[in-house]
Design a protein around this ligand. Structure first.
Ligand code: PLP
Length: 395
């Protein structure tokens, strides 16, 4: 048979899905698995959002919408950027997508040609490199510093004549790092000087525990003119399954993104667009309550990890992940099995402690393991005890 597309040969399987499959197999055998691998809030979608969706559904007019999204939602997104980020857009700059993920994928399709390079600070969200490859471009990874802050000099050193764009993500998945204004100013200056586009993934904006959120696009008109800001309702409003994200971009880019969407998915799910409108227009206290709950869980997770010994975890400033350095375990053994990598640590924790985590290799670091604290305090406490028991039994 003829070969399948070369494009897909370049794409690997998702490590996070592999872990999920293993955890599910254990669960199917009746094992109680503590899940620290998930990238989604455990809270329910707010009641007023559910009610709005139900009312809309009962009306029965569930039709296609304009490719960019329903007009009131585009306006709500314009208002959100103005109120939260000091960013002035018009509806023509906005596209509502099937999750922030599709906004990122679509943006890269619009920006990149074969042979382009895209800078990705490491550690990074696991899908960025594959999305870059799917757009025919090559990811170029650039290390961050010990606290996972961006290093402008390192980014500049990685630039070539082929560099087209840089992806920044603050707060960051997996590290929880929140980039400060000064660092973002340095990155903006570089992007302007080297004529690069910026994709700014701000999906965890509402989940910050230290400092505040700055959108790089808000720093000047010059950087706004070359930035695509991506955000959405998944993480802030516990709406992962609704699949609604959005992006704001200069008109020429937004137009192409909308054209592409019109041929790919037509529009984001209509019921979910109405639900997202209700979320964005709703009382922000709902989001604040969740943020407070995450903050408490973060403290318990980070203190617990550091108390185990051999694991070093700086408190993350945002998102809902802790990412301890586990390299002090390398060279040890567990029941005669050597531990050499973060993947070994993660596998051991799943098989021996029935605690699901994600090894750093999924995010471009071989020293760390990512643990999501978007789960109950009881599970966090039990999971920590189980991890401590396995670490203690290492020789
Ligand atoms: N960007 C980052 C950094 C994420 O962690 C995620 C989800 O895990 C997304 C984007 C995708 O968000 P959505 O569920 O809205 O597609």
């Amino acid at each position: 048979m003829k070969p399948l597309s070369r494009r897909m040969d370049r794409i690997g399987a998702s490590k996070t899905l592999e872990i999920n499959a293993k955890a599910n197999a254990l669960r199917a055998q009746g094992v109680r698995v503590i899940n620290f691998s998930s990238g989604e809030p455990d809270f329910k979608t707010p009641a007023h959002v559910l009610k709005k969706a139900k009312t809309f559904l009962e009306g029965g007019h569930v039709r296609y919408t304009a490719a960019a999204g329903i007009a009131p939602l585009l306006e709500a997104v314009v208002d959100k950027f103005s109120k939260d980020n000091g960013l002035m857009y018009e509806a023509k700059n906005i596209i509502v997508t099937s999750g922030a993920k599709y906004a990122l994928y679509n943006a890269l399709q619009v920006l990149c040609d074969e042979g382009d390079e895209v800078l990705i600070p490491s550690p990074y969200w696991t899908s960025y490199p594959e999305m870059v490859r799917l757009a025919g471009a090559s990811p170029v990874f650039v290390d961050t510093d010990r606290r996972f802050s961006l290093v402008p000099d390192a980014l500049e050193a990685a630039m070539t004549t082929k560099t087209k764009a840089i992806i920044i993500n603050s707060p960051n998945n997996p590290s929880g790092a929140v980039h400060d204004k000064e660092t973002l100013e340095a990155i903006a200056a570089l992007a302007i000087r080297h004529d690069l586009y910026v994709i700014s993934d701000e999906i965890y904006e509402k989940l910050i525990y230290e400092g505040g959120h700055v959108s790089i696009a808000s720093l000047s008109e010059a950087i706004k003119a070359r930035t695509i800001v991506v955000n959405g309702v998944s993480k802030a409003y516990a709406m992962t399954g609704w699949r609604i994200g959005y992006a704001a971009a200069p008109e020429a880019i937004a137009k192409r993104m909308i054209n592409m969407q019109s041929h790919a998915t037509s529009n984001a799910n209509t019921v979910a667009q109405h639900a997202a409108l209700e979320a964005l227009r709703g009382d922000p206290v709902v989001v604040e309550d969740m943020r407070h709950a995450f903050a408490r869980r973060k403290d318990v997770m980070v203190e617990g990890l550091n108390a185990i010994g051999h694991l070093v975890c700086d408190p993350p400033a945002g998102a809902f992940y802790a990412m301890p350095d586990v390299s002090a375990l390398f060279g040890k053994t567990f029941k005669d099995t050597p531990i050499e990598t973060a993947s070994d640590v993660s596998r051991l924790l799943l098989e021996e402690a029935h605690v699901a985590t994600v090894p750093g290799e999924a995010f471009g670091t071989d020293q760390h393991v990512r643990l999501s604290y978007a789960t109950s305090l009881e599970d966090i406490e039990e999971g920590l005890q189980r991890i401590a028991a396995v670490v203690k039994a290492m020789a």
